[in-house]
Design a protein around this ligand. Sequence first.
Ligand SMILES: [Zn+2]
Ligand SMILES: [Zn+2]
Length: 654
Amino acid sequence: MISSPIESQLEFFNVMSNKIFVKRRATLLAFATVAFVLLTIPVSPRAQNHLSLKINYRLAMSQPSSHLFEVAIEVEVDPQSTEIAESLDFQMPKWSPGRYAVFDFAKNVQEFRAFGGICPRVNIPCNLPDFPVTRVDDQTWRVSMGRTHSTTITYKVFGNDLSGTFSQLDSRHANFNGGNLFMYVVNHKPDPVNLSIDPPKGWRIVNGRMEKRDQREWRFPNWDIMIDTPTEIAPDWTEDNFTVDGKQYHVMVHSLGKEGGKRGQLVSGIEKIVRAETAMWGPPEFDSYTFLIHFANDGHSGDGMEHLTSTQIIMPGALGDPGQLEEALATAAHEFFHVWNVKRLRPIELGPWDFTRPANTRGLWIAEGITNYYGHLMQRRAGLSTDTQFFKTLTDQIGEVDNSPGSKLMSAEDSSLSAPFIDDAPHAQQTNLPNTSISYYPKGEIVGVVLDLLIRGKTKGKGSLDEVMRRMYQEFYLNGPDATYYLRGRGYRNEDFFRVVSEVAGEDMSDFFKRYVRSVETPPYEEAFAQAGLRFVREPRGPVTVGITADEDEKTNFRIAEVRPNSPAAAAGLEDGDVITSFGGTKLTPANLLRTVSRYKPGDRVPLVVQRDGKTLRPTLTMGPPQLFNFKIEEDPGASAEAKALRAAWLNGK
Ligand SMILES: [Zn+2]
Ligand SMILES: [Zn+2]
C-alpha cells in the first residue's frame, strides 16, 4: 500500500503473518470444539492492519489562551468481526507533507489517556475505566484493549505557531494543520475517518472542504486527506468568492492588522492568477478551492503551504503594510500551481507517506523548483508583473544559484534528497550547509526556465515546458491506474519526466539532465534566452575577490562572520571571528570594505594585521579574480521576428 520499499515490505510481512496466525488459530479451534465458532480471536499489534475499524476524531478547544488543542479519537472494532485487537498503536507523524524537515510533533503531546469504550461526547475525560497505555517509542502510544471492541483515547497538543506546518490556538483564533494534531492508528491510515470540531462559542469554522455554512462534521476517505485539510476557526475572518470555469473559489482572510482597504485588490489579483494558471492546465479537478490567508502582523510568521483543495498563506505584516499585498499574491501564484504540480502530479515518493522517517525524493527540483518558476511566470501572465520585473526575478534566482558555493557541490537531485536538512530544519549543531548545499527552489527554477526556452526553440514554438507538465498530469494523474489508496493515479520518477521532456522536445534530452540535474554544471543561460531574442549578461560584482563577510553586530571593527571556501581569504588562513585591524595599512570597518578592496587588482599581495584569541597575526592575502556576479536579461535589438514571437508566446502563455 505504501510506495517506499521498507514500508512495503513491512506491510507485506504484516499481511502474511496475520493470515498465517489467524489460520493456525482457526485450525486449533476446529480441533477443540465446534461450539467456539463465534469466539473472538485476539490479533497481535503488528498484525492489526486488516481489522475493520470505525475511527472518529473529535477536536475541541475549551481554553484558547492555554494553546492546548483537545483531541479525542474513538476507535471501534466492527462488532460483527470475529477478531479483536489485543492492543492498538497510535502514532504521531514525525513530519508532515509539504515541509520536509523532521519536527517530531509528538514533543507537543501531553496527557495521553485511553478509556474502555466510547466516552459520552459532553464528558471528556469520561468515567469509563482507563485502559493501560505503554509508550512504545518517541512517536507511538500502545493501548491495551483487553477483550473489548472499543476505546476512546484523549490527549492535548500544545500549538502556538501560525504556519503552514504547525498549529496555533490562542484567544484570537485556532488555525490548525492536522499533521501535528491527529495521531493515526498504525496500519489504518487508509481507513475512512470522521472529524467533528467543537469551536468556542461565536467562532466560525472554515476549510477547503466546506459543504455547507458552519459545518462541524466531516467524513474523509482516509487519514491523509484529513490532514490535507487545514482549518481556521475564529469569530472575525472574512470571505470573498468568485467563480472560474464553473468552479467556486473562496478567499478567507484573517487580518490581525489594518487592511488599508486592499482586500478587494487581493481578491481580484488572486482571480487573475487562477485564470492564468487554469488557462495553462485546463479546469482543475475540484468543485471548490479555498485560499486561507493570514496577515499575522507579528513581524515573523510567514509561510505558504499547498493542499488538494486549499492553501494556507501567512504573511508577517498587515495587508495595509507596503509590499504585503504583492508578496501575498506572489505566494498565491506559487501555491495555486501546486494544485497540479506536487499535490496531484507527484513524485512517486510523495504520497502515501511513511511518517516514521523523513521523506526521500529526488523530485523536489520539479515539484518545488518548477513550481517556483511558474509562480513567477504566472504573475507575468496574469498581468501582475511586468517583463522587467519577471526578468529581474529570474536573474535573482540565477544569482542565488550561481554565486552559491554549494551549487558547485550539490546537484538538483542531491538537493531534493537533502530536503530534510534544508527545508526549514532547525540545527543545534553547527553545519557547513550554507557552503555545501543549494536549495531545490532556485536550482529547479533555473533548470525549468532554461528547459522551457530550449524546448520552445527546438520545436519552433510548438512545444514548451507547459506542454511537458500537461502531458505528465495526463499520464500520471488523470490516466494512470490508481497505485495506492491515497489518491488518483500514480507517482512519477525523474526518468519519467526526462522521457516526456524528450518526447515534447522531439529529441533525446538525456545529456541535459545528466549535466544540469544529476551533475553541477552551469546551465546554458545564453543559449536559452537567445531563443526568445534576449541577451543574458553576466557582470562581476567587483574588480577583485577577498571572500569575507562582516559580523553585522560590530560597527567599528571588522570581525569576520564567514570565510568563503576556495577564496583568497581561505587561502590566507583567515577564520570566522578574526578581527582585521589593518588591510594594506587601512583600518578596515564593515562600512569601508568595498571601497578598500576596490583599490586592488587580482594578483596584488596585501599585508594584513589580524587579532585572534588575543594574539596579533600578520598574514598576506593575494587578491583573487571576481567570484561573484550580477546578472541581467536584456532585449536583443537585433532579435528576429521569430524569436520575438517565441518570447511573446512564452510570456503570455498563448
Ligand atoms: Zn486566524
Ligand atoms: Zn511550493
